[in-house]
Each structure stands twice: as structure tokens, then as C-alpha cells.
Design a protein. Structure first.
Length: 88
């Protein structure tokens, strides 16, 4: 186990100069790269991946409103199913 001094010496030997590089990539570039990766790796059709690709390709910032509507619809369908089961 390395103590603090040993770890510092090892770090100095590994990186003789402080040459850490910070890369800044915009969110737009990341979205474009993710979309390209999804399209390239797609071998069979999956509706879930289609939705992800739609979200990445869209100009909208997020799908919060759509996701809220979907959650409400699922809740409503669950209640309706329970009512139908109770009638039987």
C-alpha cells in the first residue's frame, strides 16, 4: 500500500509534466454522436430505440410534457382495467 509520499512520487514519475487535457464538447455534438452510434449499431428494429433516436434528433429540449402524458395515460388505463375486472 502506498502512503501519501509514495503515491505522489509515483504520480510524478508517471506524468513528468502536468499535461492534463480538458476537452469541451457541446451537448449538440454529443447528441449527434449518440444518434450516429445508435443508427450504426442498429441491427433489428426496436421501438424503444426509435423513441430514443427521435428524442436525440428532435429540436425540443426535453420530452417532459410527453412523458407526463404517457404516465397519466398508463395510470388511467390501469384504473380502467381494474374497473373492467371488477365488473366481471
Amino acid at each position: 500500500i502506498l502512503n501519501d509520499d509514495d503515491a505522489l512520487e509515483l504520480f510524478k514519475k508517471t506524468l513528468p509534466s502536468p499535461s492534463l487535457l480538458q476537452v469541451a464538447v457541446s451537448a449538440k455534438v454529443v447528441r449527434r454522436q449518440a444518434l450516429a452510434a445508435l443508427r450504426a449499431g442498429r441491427q433489428q428494429r426496436d421501438p424503444r430505440m426509435d423513441l430514443v433516436m427521435l428524442a436525440l434528433a428532435g429540436r425540443s429540449k426535453n420530452f417532459e410534457k410527453v412523458l407526463t402524458m404517457i404516465d397519466e395515460m398508463v395510470t388511467l388505463l390501469g384504473k380502467e382495467q381494474a374497473d373492467d375486472d371488477a365488473k366481471k
